[in-house]
Design a protein around this ligand. Structure first.
Ligand code: ARG
Length: 555
């Protein structure tokens, strides 16, 4: 039982309130001067017909326990100060809990389109999805990470058309994915300038949808180029998928569903097309089959959604997709519901990434390709590390700068709440100071280095009275929140909460050894501080792992 629970029990007895009610009312004050826990007495003033101030003063006199150092009535609050040594012991000796086995959830994320470039904007989705998978697993959900490649449609037709028409006798030997991205951009430009080209593209798409031999061969060959590139990127970033879905494989089943909807009277014919009128739900009119019989993005999502539940026996289906597709997702879920397919499905939207030069867009060419970007950031991290680590060999410098670059990207992307736009800024993200990835990596590496320097192998439970300063308290107050923070972050799909925790703990840890000697302190204090550092390190590394960050022992 934590202090919060013990205090709730005491307050429950003293006031006659339900313990759980008290528990949910108890707050952790914003600064340690206001106590470790606070009870807002206004929740009682109606019942007792007394002012919060009087209630607080009354209770302050009544409530006593051996772990409570003192209480204080202030501003209608009753503040509790726990004996610091007991507080330290309780927090540092708490085991990270896992909870019981939970339901199975499929998390669909990344979903890039083939025959297009992979740019920095795509990374936000990848990092969000991967971190959500990790957080849910930590909470003991059974998680199936899934990808859904956009391997068919107008964008593919454009690229193939341009390849055939203008690049027929070229054969790229490497960076084929990047090559396709370039061709795609070129195609966009050309199509915009010439009406006749548009028609050619749409003819090509029809041939492709009918799987005509020649174009299908080219499609399959080039699709592999993209898929190979994507897989390299995932490998590079340590991202794993258990299942791969493809838009091109959802056509047929999608068509069947559209016809079934028509038969059931949920959909109707309109000018040859099949539509579902969702106006009464505020979701407009959704076309689910074109008049030429071809399917749409939405049609395929109907089929995919069913497949996920039927084939994978999941309890819940989560989609990490750009907020611009919110209407699309609502239409998908609503149509399924009208069909009687009532399952737990959730869209997790996020805002886009732009640069100081404006939004990232494959059409305008402001793309920040992942490949280029990563090389550049690695190079910068390399230069920076080399300056500090003149004695390191090439391999060590390279390995370290690779992790620094990746962590800079992850923290940069994940520190912002899903609902806010990100302005990508590689130099700021790479900075060793400030709220960055390198800063958290450095914090953990610095603790490792203290242990190396002091030749410390094991730490034992210390004399907790030696952790009595307000900087100790600051750290303990952060550590106390870890468990609940992870739980909330997982339940609300917000890796930004984990990032916040990491940055706060890093900052307090750095302040700590700025202020206090560790290795040079007297024997007992040294032991206690090393123990605290060890706990900080474990917590940092545990939370890094939830963001897919690999900690470094040296930096
Ligand atoms: N490939 C699509 C795009 O880039 C995203 C797919 C999202 N997932 C889905 N089930 N609709 O726009």
């Amino acid at each position: 039982m934590g202090f919060k629970e013990e205090i709730s029990a005491l307050l429950g007895k003293a006031t006659g309130l339900d313990e759980n009610e008290v528990l949910s009312a108890i707050e952790i004050p914003p600064s340690q001067e206001l106590g470790d826990y606070a009870f807002p007495c206004f929740v009682l003033s109606k019942k007792l017909r007394k002012s919060p101030k009087d209630i607080a003063e009354d209770l302050a006199k009544k409530i006593k326990a051996s772990f409570i150092e003192r209480t204080e009535a202030k501003g209608g609050y009753l503040n509790f100060y726990v004996k610091q040594e007991e507080y330290a012991k309780a927090i540092l000796e708490e085991k990270p809990g896992f909870g019981k086995k939970k339901e199975s959830i499929m998390v669909e994320f990344s979903q890039p389109n083939t025959h297009k470039e992979f740019h920095v904007g795509h990374l936000r989705n990848v990092f969000l999805g991967d971190s959500i998978v990790r957080m849910l697993r930590n909470q003991n959900y059974k998680v199936i990470p899934a990808n859904y490649l956009g391997d068919i449609g107008t964008h593919v037709a454009k690229t193939l058309w341009c390849l055939k028409k203008f690049h027929a006798d070229e054969k790229p030997d490497k960076n084929k994915g990047k090559y396709l991205g370039k061709v795609y951009m070129e195609a966009n430009k050309k199509v915009k300038e010439n009406e006749a080209y548009k028609k050619e593209v749409s003819e090509l798409l029809q041939a492709l949808e009918k799987r005509e031999k020649e174009i299908t061969a080219l499609w399959k060959e080039t699709k592999e180029w993209s898929v190979k590139e994507f897989k390299e990127i995932y490998e590079d970033l340590g991202i794993k998928f258990d299942t791969w879905f493809y838009e091109s494989e959802e056509d047929e089943e999608g068509k069947k569903i559209a016809l079934e909807l028509l038969e059931k009277g949920i959909a109707k014919k309109d000018d040859g097309a099949i539509i579902v009128n969702l106006e009464e739900h505020g979701l407009g009119v959704a076309v689910i089959l074109k008049s030429d019989g071809t399917t749409l993005y939405l049609t395929k999502d109907l089929s995919l959604a069913k497949k996920k539940f039927e084939k994978y026996k999941i309890d819940k289906s989560v989609y990490v997709i750009d907020s611009r597709q919110s209407l699309h997702m609502k239409q998908t879920f609503k149509i399924l519901e009208l069909m009687g397919f009532k399952k737990e499905m959730l869209h997790i939207p996020y805002e886009f990434v732009s640069t100081k030069q404006g939004p990232i867009s494959s059409r305008t060419g402001n793309t920040y390709l992942y490949e280029d970007l990563k090389e550049r950031m690695k190079e910068k991290a390399y230069e920076e590390t080399k300056k500090r680590r003149t004695d390191w060999n090439e391999a060590k410098l390279k390995g370290t700068s690779e992790e620094v670059a990746k962590t800079a990207l992850k923290i940069g992307m994940l520190k912002i709440d899903n609902n806010h736009e990100i302005i990508f800024d590689e130099d700021e993200w790479l900075d060793m100071e400030g709220e960055t990835g390198p800063y958290t990596l450095y914090t953990a590496a610095r603790i490792h280095s203290v242990f190396r320097k002091g030749n410390v192998k094991d730490v034992e439970k210390p004399d907790y009275t030696k952790l009595g300063t307000s900087e100790d308290k600051n750290i303990l107050r952060i550590l106390e929140k870890e468990k609940e923070n992870i739980m909330k972050a997982a339940e609300t799909y917000k890796p930004s909460m984990i990032t916040r925790y990491l940055l706060d703990l890093s900052q307090s840890a750095n302040e700590y050894y700025h202020k206090h000697q560790v290795l040079k302190a007297d024997e007992e204090t040294r032991k206690a501080r090393l123990y605290l550092l060890k706990k900080i390190l474990e917590s940092l590394e545990r939370n890094m792992e939830l963001l897919g960050i690999t900690p470094l022992e040296e930096m």
